[in-house]
Design a protein around this ligand. Structure first.
Ligand code: G1P
Length: 296
């Protein structure tokens, strides 16, 4: 049975974003004016997943505080009549039922997802990576859930990646299904195989809908690439025993755990904001014009 539960692994060390991540998780890096993880929780809620389990590591306090009430701040905003800000701050707390579990040792993505077993039980659930932000997504997660329900399988989201990125993503070998143009049939998955070994250019992006049997496969998964217990390896074992599906994602996504992508995400999201967009785009036009002049 499918539940309304989403799991967000957020226990990485965030070394690609140092020094900002020295004392806070990378998922708290602000993109415009919201931490990355809030976009991800909002995406889960938009797909009907209102129970969110965040798997944390060290420095989890900021994440917990962000989704908790902030009485002093709320009282001050109320006293000074800043009603709109007060509503924004309070809305975060009522967005979803947010739970936390601590990973202890950071032994890999599969290991992190394994920590959700007790909370999820024997149900299908979604996994959203906490540093992947998806935009223009054409309801990706809702489509994945529908496909999972239709075929009673795990579903991974994939995107065409370049040769150079074949060692940055889990790569999925999948074929078209004449009976369902919406999804692909997965044959094999490999974690960051690189150009020499990759069987396709379909890279896994950080969205999954998983059958609960994944917990058994995770428990049986030995450390793989980088000495970590990889979710991709557990999925590969599952895919060899039972049908699995992939859905193509054609929107844009940002890996905001990396500095360059976080900057791109900030620019795109700020430009599309009703309150900031006009002023920011005017700045960008001037900035680009000045940059072009300099290179002439
Ligand atoms: C993880 C997964 C990988 C996936 C990627 C998507 O890797 O292990 O299969 O393609 O997320 O962002 P990470 O980026 O955590 O190294």
């Amino acid at each position: 049975m499918f539940t309304n539960k989403a799991v967000i692994p957020a226990a990485g060390l965030g070394t690609r974003f140092l020094p900002a991540t020295k004392a806070q998780p990378k998922e708290m890096i602000p993109i415009v004016d919201k931490p990355a993880i809030q976009y991800v929780v909002e995406e889960a809620v938009a797909a009907g997943l209102t129970d969110v389990l965040i798997v944390t590591g060290r420095n989890k306090r900021a994440l917990e505080d962000h989704f908790d009430r902030a009485f002093e701040l709320e009282a001050e905003l109320a006293r000074t009549g800043k009603t709109e800000l007060l509503q924004q701050v309070q809305a975060i707390t009522t967005l979803a039922h947010v739970h936390f579990v601590r990973q202890g040792q950071a032994l890999g993505l599969g290991h992190a997802v394994g920590h959700a077993h007790h909370h999820i039980g024997d149900n299908f659930f979604a996994v959203l990576l906490g540093d992947d932000i998806v935009v223009h997504d054409n309801h990706l997660l809702a489509r994945m859930i529908t496909t999972s329900e239709r075929h009673e399988t795990s579903v991974v989201a994939v995107q065409e990646v370049s040769d150079d990125d074949l060692d940055r993503y889990g790569i999925v070998d999948a074929v078209a299904d004449p009976n369902d143009p919406e999804s692909l049939i997965v044959r094999d998955l490999a974690e960051k195989p690189g150009k020499a070994k990759a069987r396709s250019h379909l890279g896994i992006i950080g969205r999954y809908v998983l059958s609960p049997s994944i917990f058994d496969y995770i428990a049986a998964t030995k450390p793989g690439r980088g000495g970590e217990i990889q979710l991709t390896d557990a999925l590969n074992a599952q895919a060899h025993d039972a049908p699995m599906r992939a859905i193509r994602f054609t929107g844009r996504r940002y890996d905001v755990g990396a500095k360059a992508d976080a900057l791109r995400a900030s620019v795109e999201l700020a430009a599309s904001r009703a309150d900031l967009g006009a002023e920011f785009k005017s700045f960008l036009r001037d900035f680009v014009a000045a940059m072009n002049d300099e290179t002439l």
